[in-house]
Design a protein around this ligand. Structure first.
Ligand SMILES: [Zn+2]
Length: 350
């Protein structure tokens, strides 16, 4: 993609994230406003490839649909952003302002790429941001945060005929998890747009033999947070609860393995209004404006922006199609989004 931008005289920069993963940032224009457009390059695993009707890594068109892993989440959006950048440059159509294209790595596994862009200041001067994740006929202007924790309970092995000789690692961890579950899922705080926080224990591992007292038990938990009950408060609750158990003789350790804050914006902006009009014009659909439980790179990119910042997630494809076998995007909608994005940029930089 860097090569392609180069052919059209667009300056771009590789931003390394790990030894093997990079982001790509490209820019056209100069001055204000600065429009940030972003999408992730990674895709999830295809799962069992034999379940697919065609090769998941070969774009295949059938009945007006483009099939392949990542077509919907989110190559259709990302490719459109890149093509719009090229067209604006080639036709010299951008009269004012800057368009900053930010392609990220690692979105599906914790957002390392977007975190790097935030830390390196690529968002500092940005006035509008949209992420081209699949949302079809809906503009998402707020979403929940996502927090992963690993909780390990250490006990002492013994023969199960003499459990007193050891310490069962499972028992305190079960109690701990049920207590946390009640506190989090039972909490009454509610966001007008995002509703309540939700928490699920999703992995539990312990023991290896039915007649041995387990010396270690590990659980992993995912929490979907809201601004009223945020990641820091949840982490604090996990830690203070563990401390209390540990004072009572248990040995429970808490580790945060991923922490993406929620994104809460008002949804009231020139950008959202114009997008609704353009959506109606090019998709022929009434565009709704909503909050979402899923996270995007915006969790990292908007870390220091307030609720007045114009943000949206809006892109070709349907949210429900993401990560599925036989993933597809409708070709017609994919093509329509090119016009929407282009006219949106021109509308915001008039
Ligand atoms: Zn995605």
């Amino acid at each position: 993609m860097k090569h392609l931008f180069g052919e059209y005289g667009i300056e771009s920069k590789i931003v390394p994230v790990t030894d093997t993963r990079v982001n790509l940032v490209a820019e056209i224009g100069s001055g204000n406003p600065v429009i940030g457009i972003s999408g992730h390059m990674d895709v999830v695993s295809p799962g069992d490839e034999s379940e697919w009707a065609s090769d998941p890594f070969k774009l295949t068109e059938r009945d007006g649909k483009l099939y392949g892993r990542g077509t919907n989440d989110m190559k259709a959006g990302l490719v459109n952003l890149a093509l719009v950048l090229i067209e604006l440059k080639e036709n010299n159509e951008l009269k004012n302002g800057t368009v900053r294209f930010m392609a990220t790595t690692g979105e599906e596994v914790g957002g390392a790429g977007s975190k790097k862009l935030y830390e390196e200041g690529y968002m500092d001067d940005v006035d509008f941001l949209w992420v081209a994740e699949p949302s079809h006929d809906t503009i998402i202007y707020s979403h929940k945060g996502s927090l992963n924790l690993r909780v390990t309970s250490i006990g002492e092995a013994a023969h199960s005929s003499m459990p007193d000789q050891g310490y069962n690692a499972i028992n305190p961890l079960m109690k701990y998890l049920l207590e946390i579950d009640e506190k989090l899922n039972g909490d009454n705080r509610k966001n007008n747009v995002l509703d309540k926080l939700v928490m699920s224990t999703t992995i539990f591992q312990a023991g290896n033999q039915v007649n041995s007292i387990p010396e270690k038990a590990t659980a992993e938990i995912n929490v979907r947070t809201i601004p009223e009950f945020d990641n820091d408060e949840v982490i604090d609750l996990f830690n203070t609860t563990a401390n209390r158990y540990n004072k009572g003789g248990s040995s429970i350790q808490v580790e945060v393995t991923m922490s993406l804050p929620s994104v809460f914006t008002s949804g009231k902006s020139e950008m959202v209004e114009l997008t609704k009009e353009l959506g109606k014009k090019h998709l022929g659909l009434d565009i709704s404006v909503k909050g979402s439980p899923g996270v995007t790179d915006a969790s990292n990119l908007l870390r220091d922006k307030d609720e007045n910042f114009p943000f949206m997630m809006f892109g070709p494809g349907e949210t429900k199609m993401a990560h599925k076998t036989d993933e597809y995007v409708y070709k017609e909608y994919y093509l329509a989004f090119f016009d929407i994005y282009k006219e949106l940029i021109l509308g915001l930089t008039k």
